[in-house]
Design a protein around this ligand. Sequence first.
Ligand SMILES: NC(=O)c1ccc[n+]([C@@H]2O[C@H](COP(=O)([O-])OP(=O)(O)OC[C@H]3O[C@@H](n4cnc5c(N)ncnc54)[C@H](OP(=O)(O)O)[C@@H]3O)[C@@H](O)[C@H]2O)c1
Length: 487
Amino acid sequence: MLQKVVRSTVIDAPIARVWEVLRDFNRHDQWHDVVEQSRIEGGERSDQVGCVRSFTLKDGNHIREQLLTLSDTEYKSTYCIVEATVPLQRYVATVTLKPVTDGDRTFWHWESSFATPPGMERELSDMVAQAVYEAGFENLRRHLRSAGAARGAVVPAAPAGLPMPTREVRVHRYGGPEQLEPAHGEAPAPGPGEVRIQQRAIGVNFIDIYLRRGWVPGMLALPGVPGMEAAGRVIDVGDGVGGLLPGDRVAYLWHQAGAYTTVRTVPADQVVRLPAAVEDITAAALLLKGLTADVLLRDLGRIQRGTRLLVHAAAGGVGLLLCAWARRMGATVMGTVSSEEKARVAREHGCEHAIVTHDYRFADAVRRIAGGADVIVDGLGDAARDENMAALALRGHWISLGQASGPLAPLDPDGLLGKSASFSRPVVFHYVVSPRERAERAQRVWDALADGTLKMPVVERFTLDAAAQAHARLESRATIGPLVLLV
Ligand SMILES: NC(=O)c1ccc[n+]([C@@H]2O[C@H](COP(=O)([O-])OP(=O)(O)OC[C@H]3O[C@@H](n4cnc5c(N)ncnc54)[C@H](OP(=O)(O)O)[C@@H]3O)[C@@H](O)[C@H]2O)c1
């Protein structure tokens, strides 16, 4: 007769956090005391249905178990013993998690059925119930607590409810890079729905320059701290924040400037958790720019095989990502760059036709190469205005992304008539409104990096205090790829 063991508990952590640990079929040796050592056979992934984990217990027993089902939507996995030195026969177990909305906790249900040799029913049922399940609940609780502490070991202790001192870079007067000055500030304790982050790497974007120059005063009141994105570790979280705990590695982009600082408090819904494979510097270099590329290629450019795409500043932070991704989507990728060196790097990242021009003349080359551009991604602004119109193909779409050369003068809609052209002026923040959308887009960027669609560009690094130098370099058109400030 089959024995059945059922145990359940509530874990004081968000479901995403508990599931992150449990869904990994090879991680039990890190959190369950009874497991000595575990490995997945045949080099398969530890979340691959069908994979077999082979592990030894502290008492010397050896077990091989196979993952039968894994559902990230139902938070459920099933597995069975295929071979064991313990006399558990036909053992099939199921782990199911459910969210407990009160306090953002997790209900964990663990059950199994198995046969035993006659006379051993009681002994083996007790062993599974106590030594495996009940002990497992306690072990996982301890693991989550210590994982939080260990992750937070490099994070300063947060004075509960109090602000923390920061080192930041401020703009006191709109103007050149010299207006960026290091200063001391404070990061408030996180309020409801907020999270306080010890920042490690801060992305530098061309918009930071517009803000510093005073071109968008509504986004940077003086004195103000520029910066739209950063990566680091959670220090503490406010009431009502689910899915984030102290010590978690995260990154954010937010339409409110203020990222040029060591510690920042931001709304938790602007934050994405970082996979282990994505380092802080990678996240700061690629999050805003990668999400922008995702929006441009998928939502606006609707890039398909054969789309003739023109990317300006093709060797820039956004430019390199656009070239590589669009090429993988099958587009014919043309790009403008201002030097042979930039052309070389742009080509390495998928720009088939690099057009070297320092004075915004490219339309002839585009017509020669492809007969025109179906989509133009334009971060140059006014200096390229007429050439963009000339380079557009019939029914082409001019996406005005930015204005590195100066603000675009107002357009006459009738100017688009001659080619039935369309024009759009997107802002990435409007395309990452919900946490889900933000997380999905970020995941696409990390996936593209992992599968080689995007090649990690060389990242130019500065200290936070050297933000002025970073801005001067970016404005001088000298940089290739992304820039970050390191804390
Ligand atoms: N709307 C949005 O949501 C959004 C989001 C992200 C980025 N953007 C825009 O996308 C563009 C690229 O941003 P990024 O941060 O990746 O910068 P970036 O491309 O790394 O740097 C800007 C590049 O623009 C080119 N450029 C041409 N004329 C310039 C001038 N007069 N001064 C400075 N640079 C000039 C330079 O490349 P060459 O020397 O090769 O010409 C320079 O390297 C920017 O316009 C930015 O505002 C917009």
